[in-house]
Design a protein around this ligand. Sequence first.
Ligand code: HSE
Length: 436
Amino acid sequence: MTEVRVGILGLGTVGLGVARILIEQQGLMAKRLGKTLKLVAAADRDLNRDFGLDLSGVTLYDDAADLVKADDVDLVVELIGGYEPARTFVATAIEHGKHVVTANKALVAKHGEELFKLAAEKNVALGFEAAVAGGIPCLKALREGVAANNIESVYAILNGTCNFILTKMENEGADYADVLKEAQELGYAEADPTFDVEGIDTAHKLSILAAMAYGSEIKFDEVYTEGISKIGAADIEAVHELGYRIKLLGIAKPHHGQVEMRVHPTLVPLSSQIAQVSDSYNAVMLSGDFVEHTVYIGRGAGERPTASAVVADIMDIARVFPDGVAYLAPVMGYMADERKPLETLPMADVQSEYYLRIMAQDKPGVIARVTSILADHQISLEGMQQKEHDTGEVVPVIMLTYETTEGNLQAAMSRITALTAVEDEVLILRKESFNT
Ligand code: HSE
């Protein structure tokens, strides 16, 4: 039976998960592939640990730079994470004619384009299913399953840590910092958790999905990005009373040759499918002109789900091994020369509905001034609520708007914030009215 020899860079949470699958599921995978996947090498800076696995027969390296050049490795799995040295290791592995599979969304979002070119030159495959939405095979669904469609929209929950935090804050009234700590202990969070809570991880993943959906180049730096760190327990409760839940969404849509890409906390109706996606689960909603609405839900982080997606990529490559990478679907779903660097829609032109929380002095005429500014900017209100107050003279006034452009809304907000009767920054959350 043909053997595909695999080497893993990084024996952290996901690396050990991949090693475990390669060892424990070897027989099952051989039945599905007609080939054997063999873990032959692994690299980690700290080899003096108990890995909880029998790694006898696996060559262990304390320097990944040696593994990526090893003659007895056909396929390198990069699970170090981050931009560097991961980029150098992946590029070196490709230069040495090895196929590469990675779960590293930061790497693909930032350096994917150069690595795709290098892999094409060297006639090797680059797989990164695990980089987007962990265990959910959403890239395969987008690249292959709905390939006959024009993609009309992508709405996605792409960060397990944020979804876990928002769920616990709502269900248990838990404190933000405690929940973040729990997510870290469960192996969901990034090494630097600001990547999770500030929306950067979601933006990495969304930029990959958008490029694959619309045949564009990956433009991570152009994704509008806001995280969840400014959301308080009171906002979660107030939103719930209005029939909504807050989710950190990545949204991508095409606009006549431009692409809209944004990541921010979003109000979604409690009755919508995406509002039901809780804990570390992720969801990817793709709508296509023929297939209509499709939703993929699963674990977006953690050892076993992420390892499952990594090994699915290894199996795809193994099927065409040793020399048939041309039989794989194109890496970004379009033939390389059909991919166009589409412009990003300026945020000011994005259309949305809004939730506004204005801290206003509780005295006559304040609401009248606020609403007259909104009227000047043609912003129409869907609803309004003023919370009662115990002692203070400043009260939260909540307004829901109908659809308007971001540019319009921001212009109105800078005038409203400047009113002496308005204290603090206005909390602006975007809102989507899904009917599914
Ligand atoms: N930190 C990521 C998350 C891990 O929380 O979803 C998976 O990419």
